[in-house]
Design a protein around this ligand. Structure first.
Ligand code: FES
Length: 132
């Protein structure tokens, strides 16, 4: 692992210990929960809309450091964005934001929050499911 990866891994662990936007929202406009089939961990994401933008966003559930840090990073990343902008976020965007190389098994951990959020958005807007 390079020095850069060490620093980024410290950041991931710090987010795991002190995640941003952890919790639930009362009467959310969007709520969705899904699990990582490879381990059974689940993440739920609640969103309160501000027009067509993400006003408030919280995540809850349990999972490994990577999944929790990724949820923290994602929720920070999408706050204030329009639903259309969030819809365009790709796996690559998420992995870049996580910033540490992930093994194939760990990819599911890193992408779980994005999967949950997108499924929730597609649900409310009637968008087709994520192309996988
Ligand atoms: Fe369960 Fe990572 S091991 S989400």
């Amino acid at each position: 692992m390079s020095e850069y990866d060490d620093v980024q891994m410290e950041y991931i662990l710090e987010l795991y210990r002190n995640p941003r936007n952890k919790g639930t929202i009362e009467n959310p406009d969007i709520t969705h929960q899904e699990g990582n089939p490879s381990c059974g961990d689940e993440i739920r994401i609640d969103v309160k809309l501000d027009g067509d933008r993400i006003g408030e966003i919280k995540f809850s559930g349990k999972g490994c450091a990577i999944s929790q840090a990724a949820a923290s990073i994602l929720t920070e990343m999408v706050k204030g964005k329009t639903l259309e902008e969030v819809k365009k976020l790709t796996k690559e965007d998420m992995l870049k934001a996580i910033g540490v190389p992930l093994s194939p098994i760990r990819l599911k951990c890193g992408l779980l929050a994005l999967k949950v959020l997108k499924a929730g958005l597609y649900g409310i807007k009637g968008w087709p499911g994520e192309e996988e």
